[in-house]
Design a protein around this ligand. Structure first.
Ligand code: AMP
Length: 217
């Protein structure tokens, strides 16, 4: 199964992808995670992407298309994958269509997570992750069971993303509305778009996604 999670920054794509990937045997492919790893490792891709990311701007299509094209050739993607944060522009969507056609694969669903813009700022500025296992948390909506200790691995070290601040959020939302939202009619025409209510609580969103994936299986 090949599925895209589409929604604005802070809609919960990463949180949901982590929760559903194991249950459905899909590999989460997050271009944001891959780019952050490249920046941290100081690779050529990371050096090119860093300034765009810190300013809340999209990195070039060429870079992200190259990353995804390489990644879907790996063995673990044979069982299916869940795209989180890709595609984000018309050129990326076309490049993905070409890659899938070339491999004789079909896109099964594009799940739009619909969230009000006003909710996104609080979601983004309050979120952080475990520095060891990358489990996501939020200051208000999703605290660890024991304060300061990761539920998943017990680590006491946490990270915040450099771009999760008020200044870059508005730029990231602008990019979403100008460049990514126009993909919704594109996928609707293809008959693969499924829209869910991303304002529901985390488990409520997961259950809507499970319903969509269940209807495809
Ligand atoms: P995310 O973790 O998906 O919010 O992505 C973080 C940042 O990485 C974005 O604000 C962009 O700068 C960059 N990025 C991630 N995915 C893409 C993409 N598909 N196209 C362009 N830039 C991307």
């Amino acid at each position: 199964m090949i599925v895209i999670l589409l929604g604005p920054p802070g809609a919960g794509k990463g949180t949901q992808a982590q929760k559903i990937q194991t249950a459905h045997g899909l590999v989460q492919l997050s271009t944001g995670d891959m780019l952050r790893a490249a920046v941290a490792a100081g690779t050529e891709v990371g050096k090119k992407a860093k300034d765009f990311m810190e300013a809340g701007k999209l990195v070039t299509d060429e870079i992200v298309v190259g990353i995804i094209a390489d990644r879907i050739e790996e063995d673990d993607c044979k069982q299916g994958f869940l795209l989180d944060g890709f595609p984000r522009t018309a050129q990326q969507a076309e490049a993905l269509d070409n890659m899938l056609n070339h491999k004789n694969l079909n896109l099964d669903a594009v799940i739009e997570m619909k969230v009000d813009d006003e909710a996104l700022v609080d979601r983004i500025t309050g979120r952080y992750t475990c520095a060891n296992c990358n489990q996501g948390y939020h200051e208000v909506n999703l605290k660890p069971k024991v304060d300061g200790v990761c539920d998943n691995c017990g680590s006491t070290n946490f990270n915040r993303r450099a771009d999760d601040n008020r200044e870059t959020v508005s730029s990231r939302l602008e990019s979403y509305h100008a460049q990514t939202a126009p993909l919704l009619p594109y996928y609707e025409t293809k008959g693969v778009l499924k829209t869910i209510d991303g304002m529901a609580d985390i488990d409520g969103v997961t259950s809507q996604i499970n319903d969509v994936l269940g209807s495809l299986a």
